[in-house]
Design a protein around this ligand. Sequence first.
Ligand SMILES: *[C@@H]1O[C@H](CO)[C@@H](O)[C@H](O)[C@H]1NC(C)=O
Length: 90
Amino acid sequence: MHSFGYRLNGLLTFAVTVLALMCAITSLSDNFNTPSPSAEIKIMNINWFQKQPQGHDEVSLTMNVSADLQSLFTWNTKQVFIFVAAEYET
Ligand SMILES: *[C@@H]1O[C@H](CO)[C@@H](O)[C@H](O)[C@H]1NC(C)=O
């Protein structure tokens, strides 16, 4: 009854059960995190603005981007993708 195989089986079963519980708890805990990122962009300089022969405009800007993304980073964050979208009136 208390052979090496039985003890190893019991130990492995216990370890896998504890691991599964820890995974479930950590996965559920991410739902309580409410990220609140903030960002501020200032255009420092418009280097050049050209109308292209193909019909679209092309602009080179110097921007000052300040962002607080700390709240996005939890144990479950693998990657954060950030982009800037710009609109202008002609
Ligand atoms: C960019 O903005 C930040 C915060 O608004 C400011 O502290 C910093 O001096 C600015 N940098 C430049 C180059 O203006």
